[in-house]
Design a protein around this ligand. Structure first.
Ligand code: NDP
Ligand code: HSE
Length: 432
């Protein structure tokens, strides 16, 4: 009897595709598949969504079956289950069932792949099926296939980037228009970038899922998602962006992962970024990933990290790769995947900002604490024009251990003249 894997090898047979989740990305994927028509290797067979009466569109050919019944899809002869619903459940259950029932899976679901990707890849292998998730990191930017295939000849040691377009949009607008975080967020929501609940974006959870996936694919390092340090951009103010400009920098949410001494140094956090770095030139809702290889040095991937059409292109590209069999761009996690402990002990220079009720002796008091922890001051910066009741000034610090810095900031945070806890951001500089 012909197996499903053998079926996909038959060049004359178009792969039958079911899309689960007819939202922003799902509808864009459907449109591309339909517009490619008979010339493509695919035949759109099913659209699965809850409350399908509300979802139907007049441009869908009559040959495509609408359903809200997962059993109908999994019992059918479709070859590929394209999961575009998002979330862990029921998406995870349905992906597992699809693989077990002999269907390959393409998904854009970073939350699912970050949390369960290793187990799902193993399940796919056991069932001789493919699991592709190229759209799960940086949307339309082909970064996973670029790292996994294009740079397969190198030994990658570091990967960093801007993986959340909403944060990048907010920070860009705060810098360019001097907006507050709240106003920039509102603008991002009105422009359709940010969700009604912006927490996954602005508090870093979305980028954390993506850097966890990137670490596996680029560095062969697997860490537990929940152990990855993740800091919000909410405490950033327009003043911080003004001070950053004075220091020849901007502020970006940076995701970073690097293997050092058998640990994976990994974090998502807002950082000051030197203007000379490619990360600083990424504006609006764009994404960038910069990988560093032992032999080839730096390689940069950038482009549209979100949106229906760019993300749909990544999904359809996975389908095309899958149709070629065996050349699936992001088929399974690296065979050399190593379980690692996540560390956030970076040694970096830092920007610190204090909002104080002004009086004499403040700098002396802060310097005293920094000196106790052997942290060297680099520069002090205070722009005029602020009220003495809420006076913001910044001190940049030379590289110090994270432990010393955390302890110093905790102690400074107790000083009575502070109007709010100090802000402390690493500074990303061009390596010599
Ligand atoms: P949407 O919310 O626009 O679409 C999700 C669709 O899935 C909706 O039609 C929703 O139905 C349906 N759905 C959700 N849960 C169920 C369920 N239990 N049963 C049946 N249908 C369900 O999300 P997106 O298209 O934006 O995102 C889809 C995936 O792509 C997510 O994993 C996301 O992380 C990922 N992604 C999205 C990007 C983007 O720019 N949008 C970029 C990169 C990745 P209903 O309308 O009834 O809610
Ligand atoms: N006026 C304070 C001081 C500095 O003398 O320490 C606050 O900018």
């Amino acid at each position: 009897m012909e197996t499903r894997a053998e079926v996909t090898k038959d060049a004359n047979r178009r792969l039958r595709v079911a899309i689960a989740g007819f939202g922003t990305v799902g509808s864009a994927v459907a449109r591309i598949l339909i517009e490619q028509g008979a010339a493509s290797s695919f035949e759109l067979a099913y659209i699965l969504n809850r409350r399908i009466a509300k979802k139907r569109v007049d441009w869908m050919p009559g040959s495509v079956r609408w359903t809200d019944d997962i059993d109908e899809v999994l019992d059918s002869d479709v070859d590929v289950f394209v999961e575009l619903m998002g979330g862990l459940d029921p998406a995870g259950t349905w992906v597992r069932r699809a693989l077990a029932s002999g269907k390959s899976v393409v998904t854009a679901n970073k939350a699912l792949i970050a949390a369960e990707g290793v187990a799902l890849s193993e399940l796919a292998c056991r069932h001789r099926q493919h699991l592709a998730y190229g759209a799960s990191v940086a949307g339309g930017v082909p970064v996973l296939s670029g790292l996994q295939e294009g740079l397969a000849g190198d030994q990658l040691v570091r990967v960093s980037g801007i993986l959340n377009g909403t944060c990048n949009y907010i920070l860009t607008r705060m810098e360019d228009a001097g907006l507050s975080f709240a106003d920039a967020l509102l603008e991002a929501q009105r422009a359709g970038f940010a969700e009604a609940d912006p927490s996954a974006d602005v508090d870093g959870y979305d980028a954390r899922a993506k850097i966890t996936i990137l670490s596996r694919v680029a560095l062969g390092a697997d860490v537990d998602l929940e152990t990855v340090l993740c800091r919000s951009i909410r405490p950033i103010t327009a003043v911080d962006l003004r001070y950053a400009v004075e220091l020849g920098c901007t502020i970006r949410q940076i995701s970073h992962a690097e293997v050092k001494d058998n640990e994976l140094h990994i974090a998502v956090q807002p950082m000051l970024v030197e203007r000379a770095l490619p990360h600083a030139r990424v504006v609006g809702a764009q994404n960038i990933v910069v990988s560093t290889g032992r032999y080839g040095g730096e390689t940069t991937f950038s482009g549209n990290g979100a949106g229906g059409n760019p993300t749909a292109v990544a999904v359809v590209s996975d389908l095309v790769a899958l149709a070629r069999l065996g050349t699936t761009s992001s088929e399974s996690m690296s065979p050399a995947l190593k379980k690692m402990v996540a560390s956030s002990q970076f040694v970096m220079p830092h920007y610190t900002r204090y909002l104080v009720r002004d009086r004499p002796g403040i700098l002396a008091a802060i310097s005293q604490v920094l000196a106790t922890y052997a942290i060297n001051v680099d520069a002090v910066l205070q722009l005029p024009g602020h009220s003495r009741e809420a006076l913001p000034f910044a001190i940049t610090l030379e590289p110090s251990s994270q432990q010393a810095l955390d302890a110093a900031m905790a102690e400074i945070g107790k000083l009575h003249f502070l109007a709010q806890p100090p802000l402390c951001l690493p500074i990303l500089r061009k390596r010599a």
